[in-house]
Structures are given as C-alpha cells and as structure tokens.
Design a protein around this ligand. Structure first.
Ligand SMILES: [Zn+2]
Length: 142
C-alpha cells in the first residue's frame, strides 16, 4: 500500500492537476458556488481526491448555503486531522486528510445550523470524489 505521507512534492504535482494541487497541497480554496458538489444530494460516500480514503458521507451533508459542500461530521473522527490555522488574519481550524495530509477545508462551530453537532465542515469539492452508493445510518428520528 502506498504511504501517501512519503509522496514528494514533485510526485504530487504529477498526480494532481494544477487546481487540485493548489487546493490540496497548498491549502488553497476553490471559488464559492462553483464546486462540483456544492449542492449535491446524491446518496454516497465522498473520498479524498488525493488518496481515495473515504472521508464524508451524504448522510452528514447539509445545505449551509455557504457556497461549499458542508458536512456536520466526518465519516469517522480518525479520517481527518484538525489543526489551528492562523493564515489570512483569522483563527480557523483547518481540516486535513489523515491518510495523506492533504488540505480539505475548514471546520466552523457554533454557527446555529440545525444539525446534530453544530459543526460545519466546509470542504472544497475539488478535494473530494463522490461514489454513489447506499448509506446505512443509525438514525434516531427519520
Ligand atoms: Zn487523502
């Protein structure tokens, strides 16, 4: 199995296109509202574009109207890394793929969205690839 943490910068440039490289490997942000999955409601699993690890599910995706795909929880906590990001004069929490340490987006809390966690994982579409498949969830009420 590939150890994605050992892939060199030059190899990432070969594996990804320019825009994927900019966002995933240089912590870029795609423009709002243009992303492939911004409003997608297709049932399925979203994997990391860089390493193919499953990261998020459609069952935790919600309409935040922020312009990027939003999830209230990752598929599992150990799939991602969260770390403080002080860039651009803001204090934010960056979200990275735990497997390949590529940048995915940011997570915001306490915004008042009607979700179980009050968290918004604001993820760039370009960092994800969606595989359509049925999701089994243990739901309480619906
Ligand atoms: Zn990854």
């Amino acid at each position: 199995m590939t150890d994605f943490k050992l892939i060199t910068d030059a190899q990432w440039r070969e594996r990804l296109n320019d825009e994927e490289y900019r966002v995933l490997r240089q912590a870029g942000t795609e423009a709002p509202h243009i992303g492939e999955y911004t409003n997608t409601t297709t049932e399925g699993v979203y994997s990391c574009k860089a390493c193919n690890t499953e990261l998020f599910r459609s069952s935790e995706k919600f309409q935040s109207h922020c312009g990027w795909p939003s999830f209230f929880s990752p598929l599992a906590g150990d799939k991602i890394i969260e770390r403080q990001d002080l860039s651009h004069g803001m204090v934010r929490t960056e979200v990275l793929c735990a497997t390949c340490e590529s940048h995915l987006g940011h997570v915001f809390s306490g915004e008042g969205y009607d979700t179980p966690t009050n968290l918004r994982y604001c993820i760039n579409s370009i960092c994800l690839s969606l595989e359509e498949k049925p999701i089994e969830t243990a739901t309480d009420d619906n």
